[in-house]
Design a protein around this ligand. Sequence first.
Ligand code: NAD
Ligand code: MG
Length: 386
Amino acid sequence: MKNITILGSTGSIGVSTLEIVSAHSDRFRVVAMTAGKNLELFVRQIKQFMPRIAAVASHTDVPRLKEMCSGLDVTILGGVEGLIAAATADETDMVVAAIVGAAGLVPTAAAIRARKDIALANKETLVTAGHLFMDLVEEFGVRLFPVDSEHSAIFQSIEGHRCEDIHKIILTASGGPFLNTPATQLSNVTVRDALNHPNWNMGKKITIDSATMMNKGLEVIEARWLFNTPVEKIGVNIHPQSIIHSMVEYVDGCVIAQLGTPDMKAPIAYALAYPERIATGVKPLDLTILSGLTFFNPDHDKFRCLELAYRAIASGESMPAVMNAANEIAVTEFLEGRIGFTQIAETIERTMDAHTAHKLKSIEEVLKADLWGRESAREICREMVY
Ligand code: NAD
Ligand code: MG
């Protein structure tokens, strides 16, 4: 039996993880789970999975959650300390890190320090603090399994091969809902248009990141740390059908790819059950559609966020954390109708331009850079005309 903590159980990844757990209750048990704001769903999950610990992000939600869970044998906690307690619960073997944004940083670091293996969905962790996290993983001897579909594909394509034999990692990208929208029309798209992803049903933040292609930029940085590969060897290819989830090209010219119907339950199950493969309920791949697969290079002028991510990782040090923070603020401002779609990239670029990168030696310093990025981006958004 593998004991699991789910950080962010009410999100898209959290819910899919619970589907896998419930289909394999002989293998997995949920010891602790955490949520942000959706208490109704959280309570339904608590009643179904009966974790020992349930933690909410905000202290102010604790009394209401306690009332909603009265009579249940569960310890209700709140705030960052609550998230950390869930991430470090004694009996937990593996932590599924599925909180969105830099808020995932502290509990995930605590889990590694408590020697828990990590199934990592939260890409912002590696984007903001990749070098510190990879050092922690090594220092505490834990295993880090990627959940992001592209990184799971690379992980599966690398198994049994030597990193030094990799010629190139090729991340595939669907191109999002605006792949065929002319650049000149992007400033007029609505929140609804941007949330209408063609292939994946995900949380709002990552869905907007997919529309701007910042998601792919974050994934380039994530891949750089996960696979210890220089960013020059990581390319992006647009593949609108999302059937090939990513590929690795080796020095001998051979390319190994992983294919499947787009459904996050597949990479989640691989991370949970590794090295075994378990049933997921994912629709089998219809090989007759393979003749319709297409690939082309991304338009960097149209999707400026992708370029900004490459610029951030080239600059290194605190720049990716600042870029990520500015992106989180800009996406929230866009979702709340205060800035336009193309102003997301503009906010990030102006925040990065105003920042002088410096070394980050601890998680505390990462959080400081994150805060600086948020405040600067907020200020820039306030001054913007929309
Ligand atoms: P989501 O918005 O659906 O869920 C996020 C979860 O985090 C929820 O449980 C929410 O309550 C919780 N949360 C939000 N803010 C919080 C805070 N400040 N403190 C504590 N908890 C908080 O997001 P998602 O789509 O499930 O994505 C989760 C992470 O996984 C993101 O980093 C995303 O980039 C990554 N990811 C998601 C997918 C996908 O298909 N959804 C694919 C690859 C990677
Ligand atoms: Mg992905």
